[in-house]
Design a protein around this ligand. Structure first.
Ligand code: FES
Length: 112
């Protein structure tokens, strides 16, 4: 496993808000979406399991439903914010690919 890579300041992630990040940790940039769920940070590859598209509709802009769940902009798959599992839509029960996170001294790091 590679060394942890800086993602963002801890206060950049809040419950119910999804943020887009590009991390240069390997040979190619890695595209991520991150949020908090009940205060705990969560991050996944920004790739919908339905057709492999990005989940956002514009830079750093994501659709959420009334309960703060992430909605894929392409065909409306809805992902619960704990495990990133699709609970509704064309890829039901599929999961976003999770990324390990660590938090230290007010900063968040990803382990790719
Ligand atoms: S690509 Fe996300 S629902 Fe189709």
């Amino acid at each position: 496993m590679n060394a942890p890579v800086f993602l963002c300041q801890s206060d950049e992630l809040t419950d119910g808000r999804y943020r887009e990040f590009t991390v240069d940790a390997t040979d190619e940039p890695v595209f991520l979406v991150a949020t908090r769920y009940r205060g705990e940070p969560r991050a996944w590859h920004n790739v919908c399991p339905h057709q492999g598209r990005a989940l956002n509709f514009a830079p750093d802009r994501f659709i959420t439903d009334d309960d703060g769940r992430l909605v894929c902009c392409a065909h409306g798959a809805v992902f619960e914010p704990d495990q990133g599992r699709c609970i509704s839509g064309p890829c039901q029960n599929a999961e976003l690919k999770a990324v390990a996170l660590s938090e230290k001294d007010g900063q968040l790091f990803v382990e790719l």
